[in-house]
Design a protein around this ligand. Structure first.
Ligand code: M6R
Length: 620
């Protein structure tokens, strides 16, 4: 979704802003822009287009023998359209009437029409269709109205924000006093990278990492006044806040492709290392235990849990569905899994021994965040399985477990899904060992978890065979994915992955549902991808596959290596090694991720930036 970068310091701002915008490209956007005290550019399309337009202008300036531009502060933005089409005029930054106050904004101003009308009545006219421009005018109107009283920009910002309903992360500056940038946050992430005599502000750490790993996270309801020599943070009611500096534990290489054609492929190939990182220091093989420091403080409450509710969106939701099966099997706790956008709007009828667990890669997904806030209002214990350290959900939940999967750049979530399942499996063993799971069972499970990186690596060595299958089916127009028990959610995830990056219509179903409707679609041009490892529901999967074959539907099957029975009956196979049945999703999903990737590539799409999608969905 939208991205913000701002800089104040002693270096030339434009290259820093442009590099920051490039680092935010993975989030998904449709236009970009920036402003410094002397320059303002906006472009529809990608950051390269904005850069080209700046380069052209710079060479013109040089021809005209103008002095070399040395703006040392500025604000910049990538926009993912919500209010108004992706056009140059709707792109950020936006200015107030006098073009003195400039702003970039992430989020949605819900009462913008109301505010716009009253500003229009006061003589303002608007250039764009955006809610963000209204906020720029509102701030400027407070600023200029009171200039005689030496009203500061920060005062004007907070007065304007007091009139606003909605969500925002904003960076604002006065083009005549550019070195001071005012930023504020309500429901849309912002962080401030602390350098030597400079600050790089962004909505996402990947835009800051090349300059500093020292980060101050702004909380909801806070604003900051940032100048090269000072950072001061206040609540919106002007209470001074002390801030702590967190240190990011990943590096610039983690957000670079490192020779891979796409981030998505790189991140699938990182699977083994991600599994190692998520388990590191957490597994006690000798006693079959799992140590989760982030949950330790709440061990008593967890021992007495009567119910766990997992809330998440998209891929994280499917990981939650796998987690439900693991936790119910191993810990005997009833688990509900709910799409966060539904959970947050219904009446919550839970007792005090219920905990709500958010599963989220970004830690910023708006619906998941608001679900946690609803649960908190009900006095329920809130937990998180979160990948992004320091993210809002990580900070707002009572306790949790970090994935340590490293930054995920590809919009299609792959390595995070693996890591989410692994962490949920560890939570299941952790809760299970508190509640009667035997040492023998615990040992068997953790031993298998420790094997998992090697098993995933083995699947990845066969990626060319999967590519061949994918290329063969890349021209299909529809596909069905089926699986059962542990692999029912994997079927749904496989179908989601395929539609996201190849725009090929795919549906996922629990295999037992075939006869209740989907089988009507089967015909020779409608392939089914069946997940059928050797497990307790294998025979039932074989029956479902036979029913599809009887109707001349092509079948690709994910099977346990060496399964000659199914291999002879289907059109193509993708093999996975044998493992504990409860952990099989960690393996079966890998060929599905590769299959989706290669279909997307064969169809000629940019799999890292699927159309209409954003990496982190920070608006409802
Ligand atoms: O950051 P989150 O894990 O909370 O994101 C949830 C979903 O938006 C995300 O998994 C989405 O479905 C991905 N594009 C899937 O590949």
């Amino acid at each position: 979704m939208c991205g913000i970068v701002a800089y104040t310091g002693s270096r030339s701002a434009v290259p820093i802003l442009l590099d920051g915008l490039t680092a935010l490209e993975y989030r998904g956007y449709d236009s970009a822009g920036l402003v410094t005290s002397t320059r303002m550019y906006k472009e529809v399309g990608n950051v390269a287009a904005l850069r080209a337009c700046l380069d052209a202008d710079t060479s013109l300036r040089k021809k005209g023998k103008e002095k070399k531009e040395q703006d040392t502060a500025g604000i910049a933005h990538t926009r993912w359209a919500t209010h108004g089409e992706p056009t140059k005029v709707n792109a950020h930054p936006h200015a107030g009437r006098d073009e003195r106050v400039w702003l970039v904004h992430n989020g949605i101003i819900e009462n913008y029409l109301e505010l716009k009308q009253s500003l229009e009545a006061a003589g303002h006219s608007f250039r764009s269709d955006t809610d963000s421009e209204v906020l720029a005018h509102l701030i400027e109107s407070h600023y200029t109205k009171k200039r005689a009283e030496k009203h500061t920009l920060a005062q004007a910002v907070t007065e304007a924000l007091a009139q606003v309903r909605g969500t925002y992360g904003i960076a604002v500056f006065d083009r005549k006093q550019p070195s001071e940038i005012v930023v504020a946050r309500m429901g849309s992430p912002l962080l401030i990278g602390v350098g030597a005599g400079e600050y790089v502000i962004a909505s996402d750490a990947s835009a800051v990492i090349r300059h500093t790993r020292d980060i101050v996270y702004l909380n909801d309801g806070e604003y900051a006044i940032v100048s090269p020599s000072n950072l001061a943070i206040y609540s919106l009611s002007h209470e001074k806040k002390t801030h702590t500096i967190d240190h990011i534990d990943w590096a610039l290489e983690d957000v670079q492709k490192q020779g891979y054609e796409h981030f998505m492929l790189k991140e699938i190939m990182e699977g083994p290392e991600v599994l190692r990182a998520s388990a590191r220091g957490r597994i006690k093989a000798s006693s079959g235990d799992v140590v989760l420091g982030g949950l330790a403080e709440h061990a008593d409450a967890l021992r007495g849990l009567s119910r766990l509710v997992i809330v998440a969106c998209g891929t994280a939701y499917y990981a939650g569905c796998v987690g439900k099966r693991l936790i119910e099997e191993l810990a005997g706790i009833p688990v509900e899994v709910e799409v966060a956008s539904e959970f947050r709007h219904r009446r919550l009828l839970y007792d005090r021994n219920t905990a709500v667990l958010a599963v989220t890669q970004s830690g910023e997904t708006a619906d998941t965040l608001w679900s946690i806030r609803e649960a908190k209002k009900q006095g329920l214990l809130t937990l998180g399985v979160v990948n992004t350290v320091g993210s809002t959900i990580a900070r707002e939940t009572d306790a949790g477990v970090y994935n340590h999967a490293g930054p995920e750049i590809g919009v299609a979530s792959t390595k995070a899904f693996l890591s989410q399942i692994e962490v949920l499996a560890m939570i299941a063993v952790y809760l299970g060992r508190m509640r009667g799971l035997s040492e023998r069972e615990g040992k068997a499970l953790v031993a298998e978890l420790l094997q998992m990186p090697d098993l995933v690596a083995e699947i990845l060595t066969h990626k060319d065979a999967i590519k061949e299958v994918a290329t063969h089916y890349a021209d299909a127009t529809n596909m069905l994915y089926i699986g059962r028990h542990m692999n029912a959610p994997v079927a749904l995830e496989g179908a989601l992955k395929l539609k996201e990056i190849s725009y090929l219509h795919a549906e996922g179903y629990p295999a037992g549902e075939m006869k209740h409707g989907p089988i009507a679609m089967i015909e020779p041009s409608f392939p089914t991808l069946a997940i059928a490892p050797r497990d307790s529901v294998y025979d039932k999967m074989v029956s479902a596959i036979e029913e599809i074959r009887a109707r001349k539907g092509p079948v690709i099957a994910v099977v346990t290596r060496g399964d000659t029975e199914l291999a002879g009956r289907v059109d193509a196979i993708m093999e996975v090694p044998e493992t504990h049945e409860l952990l099989s999703p960690l393996l079966t999903v890998v060929p599905l991720q590769l299959f989706a990737y290669y279909v997307g590539v064969a169809r000629g799409y940019n799999v890292d930036r699927p159309r209409n999608l954003a990496k982190s969905v920070t608006v409802e």
